[in-house]
Design a protein around this ligand. Sequence first.
Ligand SMILES: Cc1cc2nc3c(=O)[nH]c(=O)nc-3n(C[C@H](O)[C@H](O)[C@H](O)COP(=O)(O)OP(=O)(O)OC[C@H]3O[C@@H](n4cnc5c(N)ncnc54)[C@H](O)[C@@H]3O)c2cc1C
Length: 379
Amino acid sequence: MATMSERPGPVVVVGASLAGLRAVEGVRRAGFKGELVLVGAEEHLPYNRPPLSKDLLTGMVEHNALGLCTEEHLADLGVTLRLGTPATGLDLGAREVVLDGARLPFGSLLVTTGSRPAALPHGGAPPRGVHLLRTVDDALALRDDLSRARDVVVVGAGFVGAEVASSAAELGARVTVVEAAPAPLARALGPTIGEVCGRLHGLHGVTLRCGAGVAALEGTPAVTSVRLTDGTRLPADVVVVGIGVRPDTDWLEGSGLDLSDGVVCDETLNAGHPGIWAAGDVATWTNPLYGRRMRLQAWTAASGRPLRRRATLSPTPRNPARSSRTSGPTSTASGWPRSACRARRTNRTWSGTSKACASSPCIPTATGSAWSSPWTDRI
Ligand SMILES: Cc1cc2nc3c(=O)[nH]c(=O)nc-3n(C[C@H](O)[C@H](O)[C@H](O)COP(=O)(O)OP(=O)(O)OC[C@H]3O[C@@H](n4cnc5c(N)ncnc54)[C@H](O)[C@@H]3O)c2cc1C
């Protein structure tokens, strides 16, 4: 099996976050002694994103507690850091990454550029007070606005939207969530479990507008309301758009890599060319456990284990897993949870398991698809 470190020439990792950090650590652990470069668009050292929608927003942690490593750690590993330097292109023929005004030759390349949030269509720049959430800078700007907000509208009730709504309610704002699907988190966890999550939101004072669409963000220069497609106007000092993410592959357009849904990789995370790999949120790879391609946007998928197995880039065939904290309890989903379409309560846990049904592409329960959340007798 090919490894990242066996080709001559530098190893270049583009994307200095969780997957990129675990990759440089793994490459050194595998015994690679050559030049190792970590390129990142953000000015920050790798940091943890899950608290951005939860404890950082509510002030339970500060941004300087989110770091995944120190500069000394990377210096000890002999990693050359190029932070604040977005890659703008890839020249596969010359085996060079194009940076702003420079070219970086490589023997092996690992793409770990993650994903970026989708914006609502809006003619020109959106009004002030409208936020997307991906980076620590996004989260700090949002936290600042939330500290003065009375009415918050969250568009999209996926994981990030649901978590932000929960945090904003905790901070004392009146929160309305607008979601096109019939229940929050329905796309990820199925409608039944989505309904349970919806009831949890209700218990914490969050108003849900499911089956609703956004027609316009109103107000200038700052947002004042969100107009829905049925004509309803929701007052808003702050709007958070959490309608999904797309893989951050713009810089790879025209490079020759297959970008049909992120960087398309095989079971070993190879991107179809010798010495070119991808990992983390940006990679679509074939998970042999399911016999299908998947692009997982979860911490566990981007973290060390997939990159460490036999010091290669080969991911361990394993169930995807993700935890989330929404209006109180922390819930855990494992497996390919969009198939979890049945919810039940046992002892002190709500759980959802996969079951053949007509409405969603189910995976057999044998794969361990499940969702669980601490029990509360009020939902
Ligand atoms: C608000 C929020 C809450 C989350 N909560 C959870 C949770 O509770 N549980 C969970 O499992 N997962 C959660 N996630 C998802 C988890 O954080 C991601 O799965 C994980 O960060 C993916 O790591 P990654 O390294 O693949 O990509 P990212 O963390 O997205 O990092 C990609 C890096 O690449 C950089 N980059 C992009 N383009 C370029 C370029 N052209 N050149 C150089 N650098 C570039 C980016 O700036 C970024 O730093 C959450 C994510 C967010 C945003």
